[in-house]
Ligand binder design. Sequence first.
Ligand code: AHG
Ligand code: MN
Ligand code: MN
Length: 340
Amino acid sequence: MTAQPASANKFMTLERHIVEGERMHPNATGHLSSLLHSVSLAAKLIWREVTKAGLVNILGTTDRMNISGDVVKKLDEFADRTMYKTMDHSGDLCVMASEENEDILQIPDDYPQGKYVLIYDPLDGSGNIDANITIGTIFSVYARVSKSGMGTLEDVLQPGFKQVAAGYLLFGSSMMFVYCTGEGVHGFTLDPSVGEFLLSHENIRIPARGTIYSVNEGNSGRWEASMQRYIRYLKEEEKESGRPYSLRYIGSLVADVHRTLLYGGIYCYPGDVRNPNGKLRLMYENNPLAFLVEHAGGAASDGRRRILDIKPTSLHQRVPLFIGSREEVRLAGEFLAGTR
Ligand code: AHG
Ligand code: MN
Ligand code: MN
């Protein structure tokens, strides 16, 4: 038989990618791989509901009956439950925390307790669902710090630099799974005809600079003067530095950060006089996205501190976010510090 020429398009499934990643760590127990497989299953289950959403007019309604007589949940409740139920019995986790729940989520007594902690925003950008605009799920994984038994709040409240993996699912014109276990950021696109995620964005690297800024400028009247000056600067005309920047704002953080990863630039959710810590949540949104963007060569700060260094004090803590290309995040910090 004659050898076939090497194909430019190698079919790398997510499953194979996870297994090959595990083989690079001879001491791996397989639990992280198993956890990532469970997330990919949850991704497909949530995607199935997302694609049906407009058809059955279930959005924005809870506890209504669907055609089969089942009680229909809002999509964010469905995503929340699906993440939990695909993960609770696997023996990979000792505790979870979800943006939709006030307290930590324990693993039921009758299931084995594992060594990892999963934190997630089940549906980010949920305000966009009814308009068929991209939404997503964000997740973050830590190793437990408690020795055994049920996981505790202490297991969950770890600084972001301790993450062992993070990623997001993107429900857009196609469905993507983007993840990082510390060795590159990789994106997979679901081929719905075979039900597999295929490697479509290998080793994503964010440009060191960009010409897009992304912020809810409707809040600008409440910003600190330094933030207002920074955005004014980005809008001034100066061809050599690529200014004026273009404004893009989807209003789904996960989608805005995905674009920023691919095209470069900066996404900001600053504090303002009404909400000094902004809107976004450290544990569910900022930390996992900061982990991914840093591993892709970018940066993330709250304007002063590196996001991943912040020691969390509560489960639903909010902190400002400046995330994207390294140069852009540095410049934003200079404006906020008043040194520019
Ligand atoms: P969630 O849907 O998980 O509550 O998050 C909404 C967040 C985030 O996705 C988005 O970037 C931000 O809210 C938009 O806020 P504004 O409407 O204030 O711009
Ligand atoms: Mn969110
Ligand atoms: Mn959410």
